[in-house]
Design a protein around this ligand. Structure first.
Ligand code: GLN
Ligand code: ZN
Length: 761
């Protein structure tokens, strides 16, 4: 318990955080206007403060008795780094604090930004703080204190939220050239947290929430000791709010004894992805904030399961229990209110952020012993979802149940190589691209007109066909060997398929922040997935009809489709993956029958879905690889299966990449050296490989000599008969003016390298 003389005020219902981009993406627009110079600081801050005020009021109105406060403009990890003065040297010349923070997020003409990476295994991305021996910590709490003061003045039971010291340091990296672990700086950082807590108490905060999601990763003794040291010190002073340590995204079991050995006042536990705490821990009356409402997915909570869990937890810990979300609601859209277009039955199964806040309040009321009629609605919706044929399709289920091992295997590799090799007269070092060509404003406009009804379907199709014809002609003129149709018809590589597959729905306003001002609208995978008809065949066949060169069909793989969607919580992901894989498999067979002899199945998300905890990884890689193999093993030996992975550091998934069994794998390599070729050889990968030799992430047009140098390195590293020459990702984000000369240089470099090779394919 707190040693404070003031008794710790308790609470019964809360959420760990809210979406913050605005219900209509108001903050996104305000940020982009500010960056473009169209508005000033006052207007941007005004929009942000207004959104925060509305959200606080909504949470209070919904009955929450503790309300998270703290609205980052760009990213919460960046904000916490800035809060403690962890600003790398290269940004310190920028005097305006807002512009300095945005420079850290986005870079300027002169300085590169902080690195951005995935926030655990979610689709949110955070900025990686750079913390080294030279980082001079200092406290800059003005913005947070202003927000807290505003909330307190409104009578809101404000609970400021800041990333905790252990997670902040574990998520940080050493500055370029440094090797010391950021965690080594813990003792220098802690006094500033102590000062922050004191300032927050003075501003009227009764509680503070310190987010420590990193404590649910694989923790070693160093991390456990750091946790103990940090929270001993943070709770040693009297002038502080009650401290809630929020763990989420997994099980905090291993560090609970350390946390409870300190004087912290409460712990938030993720009971959706983690287990209930061991019995026998001494909670000593401290608050357990029980995350029973899933903060990362969009399903309505099963009230009976949640109440059972809460009651069992209360018995076990013998301490007060508050109801909460498993993590921040940052990962779900704002509200179902704008989703009039969703089928009412499906809609009745869903809960977005506002609906989840109401669920928390209802569950807390029910836990308190009162009758809550609203929960009967949830029970009825759940019963409907469990039994309806909209979700459960017997023919899909029996097809999955009847799968035999042959369905996961293609023919002998040497045989495949032989028949594919004689099918096309490809030169050595064949050139190709990754699939998309620039998504021009004209293409986007056509899609918008189709949606608005000002362009009809035949008119839209005609525009897409004209684009495909242009792209084919351009590729022939450039001299590429394996062509693509350019993907002009695809808004997004997952949504395009979700819109056509049975078992998926798409939302109108279901935006979720991906990073900064960037939002995505993940499809909702609600039922047994099945294909209702060909999805890409018409476009691919049309493209092939225009040329005698092979056109590569282009599909998104099952793992990536799952990774970028809201997925079912009522069956294992592995099962859902097999259903999606069968739909993709049917598409590959149709492509083959339509005369497409090379099919690329993209899996850029294969690595990002890798579970953060080591013990979960083998099971994940097993189902992920099986799903890919199922999707790609329906075609004959003469059909070449390609795959594309958007990275070059395979690390722990290197064996899995080899196990995918693709005939050709293209990877990102233009930026890094070609070491991965060695790594792949090390795990026995003997098939085709296309290390990217043109970095499409930069607007620069690489010269023939630069590309040639990369090709030569690849030729030196692997048998050139296995090498392909391609850019390192799709071209959709580039302009036609950049792409055409770059591809011409790439082909020229390949042709030159080829003429010096003494091999024939
Ligand atoms: N085929 C896709 C494209 O070219 C692949 C995109 C990706 O790897 N993310 O755009
Ligand atoms: Zn890519």
């Amino acid at each position: 318990m707190s040693t404070s003389a003031v008794p710790v005020p308790t609470f019964t219902r809360t959420v760990l955080g809210r979406p913050r981009i605005g219900p209509h993406r108001e903050l996104k627009r305000a940020l982009e206007r500010y960056w473009s110079g169209a508005t000033d600081r006052a207007e941007l801050l005004g929009v942000a403060a207004g959104l925060a005020r509305t959200d606080r009021a909504a949470m209070v109105a919904a009955g929450l008795d503790s309300v998270p406060v703290g609205t980052p403009l760009y990213d919460h990890v960046l904000d916490t780094a800035v809060l403690f003065g962890a600003v790398p040297e290269r940004f310190t010349g920028i005097t305006d604090d807002l512009d300095r923070t945005f420079a850290m997020a986005r870079g300027t003409a002169d300085v590169p930004p902080l690195e951005m990476t995935k926030w655990f295994d979610t689709n949110y991305h955070y900025l990686v703080p750079e913390i080294g021996p030279a980082t001079a910590f200092s406290l800059h709490a003005e913005a947070l204190l202003t927000e807290v003061a505003a909330a307190v003045a409104e009578g809101v039971p404000a609970r400021p939220v800041v990333v905790g010291p252990v997670s902040l340091l574990l998520l940080a990296k050493a500055p370029l050239g440094g090797t010391a672990a950021p965690l080594d700086r813990l003792d220098d950082l802690l006094p500033h947290y102590v000062a922050l807590l004191s300032a927050l108490a003075a501003a009227g905060a009764a509680w503070v929430q310190l987010d420590e999601p990193a404590l649910t990763l694989d923790v070693d003794d160093t991390v456990r000791a750091a946790t103990r040291r940090a929270y001993d010190l943070l709770t040693s002073a009297d002038d502080r709010p009650a401290v809630l340590v929020a763990t989420y995204f997994g099980d905090a079991g291993p560090v609970l004894p350390d946390l409870l050995a300190t004087r912290i006042d409460g712990v938030a536990l993720d009971l959706v992805s983690g287990a209930a705490p061991d019995a026998g821990l001494d909670w000593a009356g401290r608050l357990v904030v029980a995350g029973v409402v899933d903060g990362r997915n969009i399903w309505r909570t099963d009230p009976d399961r949640a109440l059972e869990l809460l009651a069992a937890l209360r018995d076990r810990v013998g301490s007060p229990v508050a109801v909460s979300t498993s993590c921040s609601l940052l990962h779900v859209p704002y509200t179902l209110v704008g989703e009039a277009g969703l089928d009412p039955q499906l809609r009745s199964w869903l809960a977005f952020a506002d609906e989840k806040v109401a669920e928390v309040a209802d569950l807390a009321t029910a836990l308190g012993g009162a009758a809550v009629p609203a929960l009967d609605g949830a029970r009825a919706a759940l019963a409907d979802r469990r039994s309806t044929t909209r979700v459960h399709q017997p023919q899909v289920r029996s097809r999955v149940a009847g799968l035999r091992e042959e369905a996961f295997r293609r023919g002998d590799e040497a045989h495949r190589r032989m028949v594919q090799g004689t099918r096309w007269e490809l030169p050595p070092l064949p050139t190709t691209t990754i699939g998309s060509f620039p998504q021009t404003t004209a293409l986007r406009a056509a899609r918008a007109e189709l949606r608005a009804g000002t362009l009809d379907r035949p008119g839209y199709d005609a525009r897409m066909k004209a684009e495909i014809a242009d792209v084919i002609a351009l590729q022939e003129d450039i001299g590429l060997d394996v062509l693509v149709h350019g993907e002009p018809e695809r808004n997004d590589m997952v949504q395009y398929f979700a819109e056509q597959l049975g078992g998926f729905a798409t939302t109108a306003q279901g935006w979720v922040q991906s990073y900064g001002s960037r939002c995505v609208r993940p499809p909702v995978l609600f039922g047994d997935v099945h294909r209702t008809g060909p999805m890409t065949v018409g476009w691919a066949a049309y493209a092939q009809s225009l040329t005698t060169r092979p056109v590569k069909g282009m599909l998104t793989g099952p793992v990536t489709i799952l990774a970028w969607s809201f997925v079912r919580d009522d069956q294992p992901l592995a099962t859902t993956a097999l259903q999606v894989a069968l739909a993709i498999r049917d598409e590959t067979v149709d492509l083959q029958n339509a005369g497409i002899g090379i099919i690329q199945v993209d899996e850029p998300a294969l690595r990002e879905l890798l579970p953060p905890r080591r013990s979960d990884r083998a099971a994940y890689l097993d189902w992920a690889v099986r799903a890919f193999r199922l999707a790609t093993s329906g075609v004959s030996a003469a059909t070449a299966v390609h795959t594309h992975l958007c990275y070059s550091e395979f690390g722990e998934i290197i064996d899995a990449i080899a196990d995918l069994g693709a005939d050709v794998t293209s990877v990102e390599a233009a930026r890094s050296a070609m070491e991965l070729l060695d790594d792949l050889a090390g795990v026995g990968y003997t098939r085709g490989i296309g290390p990217g030799v043109y970095d499409i992430h930069s607007p620069r047009v690489p010269s023939v000599a630069e590309i040639r140098a990369l090709i030569d390195r690849a030729v030196a590293a692997v048998d050139p008969r296995r090498l392909w020459v391609n850019p390192d990702c799709g071209l959709k984000t580039r302009t036609p003016a950049e792409v055409e000369p770059a591809l011409r240089h790439m082909v020229a470099a390949a042709v030159a390298a080829r003429s010096e090779l003494k091999i024939r394919r």
